[in-house]
Each structure stands twice: as C-alpha cells, then as structure tokens.
Design a protein around this ligand. Sequence first.
Ligand SMILES: [Fe+2]
Ligand SMILES: [Fe+2]
Length: 275
Amino acid sequence: MQESPELLSAIYRHFREYFDMAERKRRWSITEDIPWDNCNKSLPPALADVVETFVAVELYLPDYLSKLIPQVRKNRGRAWMLANWGYEECKHSMALEDWLLKSGQRSEEQITDMHARVFDHEWNLPYDNAMGMLAYTTLQELATRIHYTRLRDEVKRAGGCPALEKALTLIATDEAAHADFFRRLFEIYLRHDRDAAVEQLREVINTFKMPAVHMLADSMKRMHDVQDLKIFTEEMFVKQVYIPVVTKLGVDRRELRRKKFRERVVMQAGTDLKP
Ligand SMILES: [Fe+2]
Ligand SMILES: [Fe+2]
C-alpha cells in the first residue's frame, strides 16, 4: 500500500499520543515497583512452568524486532513504536525471570539453559506484509493481556504471591496499552484503504496462532500446561479477542467471511478448469 504523507503523519501523531501517555502514566521499574520481599516460594510448579513459557516467548524479542522493523522503516510512527514496544517487552521477560529465580522455582543454571535452547529456533514473520503483521499484532497483544491476567487469577487461587501478582498486573497493563495502540493504528489504515485492511484482517483471523510457543523445546507439554490451567482457550479467543476487536473496529463479521469478488472469480475459474 502506498503510504501518503497525510497517512504517515496521522500515524506519527498516534504514536506520540501513546508515548506521551506512557511516559506520564505507565512507566514502572522492575527493582522499585515489585514487592520482591513478598515472594511466595511454594506456588505449584505447574504455575512456574507457565511463567517460564511466557518468559521464553518474550525472549524472542531480537527476532521480533529485527524482522518487524525492516517492514516499517520508512514509517516513523510505526518504527518508533517498535523501538518503544521493544523496551516495554524486554522488561516483561526480565521481571518474570527474576521471579523464577527469587521464588526458588528455577536455578541460575536452569535459566541459562533455557536461554541457550530458545535460540535453537528462529522466529519468522507469520505474515509477509506490514498490514498483515499489524492485524496479527492487534489480536495477539489482546490475547497476551488475557494470558497474563488469567495467570494472575490462577496464582491468587493457588494461595497468592504478592511479587508475581504485581509483576503480572504491571505487564498486563502494558499489554492492554499495546493492544489499544495497535487497534487504533489499524483503524487509521481502515479509514485509508478499507478493502486492503479487511483482507489482511480476514486472513489473520482465519489462521491466528500465538507466537513462538510451538517453537520451544517440549512445546507440546508447554501448550498442554496452558490448556490444563485454562489460561487461554479457543472460546476465550472468540469471545474476548475476536468479537471485541472486530466490534470496536466497526468491521462486520460477514465482511470477514465474504470472499472478495476477485477471489470468488479466481476460485470459480479454478473449479471450472478441473476435469
Ligand atoms: Fe509482553
Ligand atoms: Fe505486548
């Protein structure tokens, strides 16, 4: 899509509003704002396994940034957002990793091992264009927020841990801000070229997967841990991610199901050519 100067400056303004608000209201410190002396050292190991999985997903940050930035390097608002987003995301894995160590759920050696194993695989862009990645990120950030708040609920149910609950609250607030930023950014593109934006949204909704979990060592076990604790389910994706996002975007769900005329014609032609 050709990005006009008006579109680029609308996106940059959107980023500045987000950034200024984050500086005023949302910055937090791993060392100052989490009550590390209040760490429950006897939470069920299954919860620590899920925390470790989330750390590992956040550890792919170098892949996320190095592949996303080239798609948007001429678009200052989006590129600067990725720089700011990367800063916020790196705190998430550090805070959770600190909890794994301070709670005694993992040793330094186990953490070092995890770091070594994560980079056996490389994360690649699930969609090859900047609009597809924006549609993906819009859904993924909201899904991530739900993962963290659901995990916090389970921690409370298991007896609580003030340090972990506070870390999860701070992280979930960041994820909610990310989801809101990307959804509003998507709205700007919808106003600019609705057909192109809806086409990418349709593609992403039909193929959505959370990032990186399937790439981790013992990925099946990790996915089962998340499913067993009902941290995130298919039903939550539909009710708490898909429906609220498309409703707020003002996209009709029929619009997302409907094949575009051009695609229908191509498909029909394909069918007709079959013997
Ligand atoms: Fe995060
Ligand atoms: Fe995020």
